[in-house]
Design a protein around this ligand. Structure first.
Ligand SMILES: [Zn+2]
Length: 187
């Protein structure tokens, strides 16, 4: 299993996590910005993370891994590869999450839902609904980064490689502004 330290190292190296003094699009300031998709550029790191995530669900008798498009597709593929099962993804049609492209979940199949990053877990909940509409079972939820600080629960076994909650401030309350730390660029 990867140590928390190693996971953080991968996220820093691949610029998933950047530290500095940032002006967010919301107008608030923060010490950290995160872009989870950055790591998915590197198959070597993606494989290592997904291998670790897959291992946490090894005891379950799973038939398929499913993720919401787009962020989760690569994660689903890598986790499914390691578990030796199918990888599917859902996508929105007129705003509603659906299983398209002829993908099928059989009744009573055991399914693992994965996603690259969650904040409120909204997309994951929608995918769980899709799985259940097909009569299949949600046996777990695997996430690379849980940005809810661990507050979101799915009513199924949940594993996140990294859990965090990024602190943000209104400019007038920003400690970095107070220390006159220069702003970092967003890229
Ligand atoms: Zn500031």
């Amino acid at each position: 299993m990867l140590e928390q330290k190693e996971i953080l190292e991968i996220f820093r190296e691949t610029k998933v996590i950047r530290e500095g003094h940032f002006r967010l699009t919301s107008g608030r300031h923060s010490r950290v910005v995160m872009q989870c998709a950055q790591v998915l550029q590197y198959p070597k790191f993606t494989e290592r993370l997904c291998e670790d995530l897959a291992r946490r669900f090894k005891g379950l008798e799973l038939h398929a891994v499913i993720a919401p498009a787009i962020g989760g597709i690569i994660v689903a593929y890598e986790v499914a590869k390691i578990l030796g099962i199918r990888a599917l993804f859902t996508e929105r049609e007129d705003g509603k999450m659906t299983l398209k492209r002829g993908f099928i979940l059989e009744e009573d199949e055991n399914v693992l839902v994965v996603e690259d990053v969650i904040k409120t877990g909204g997309s994951v909940f929608e995918v769980m609904d899709v799985v259940r509409e097909h009569g299949a079972n949600v046996c777990g939820v695997g996430i690379l980064v849980d940005r809810s600080g661990g507050k979101v629960h799915f009513g199924a076994k949940k594993e996140a490689l990294y859990t965090t909650e990024v602190e943000t401030w209104e400019p007038e309350h920003c400690p970095l502004c107070h220390e006159e730390v220069p702003f970092s660029t967003r890229r």
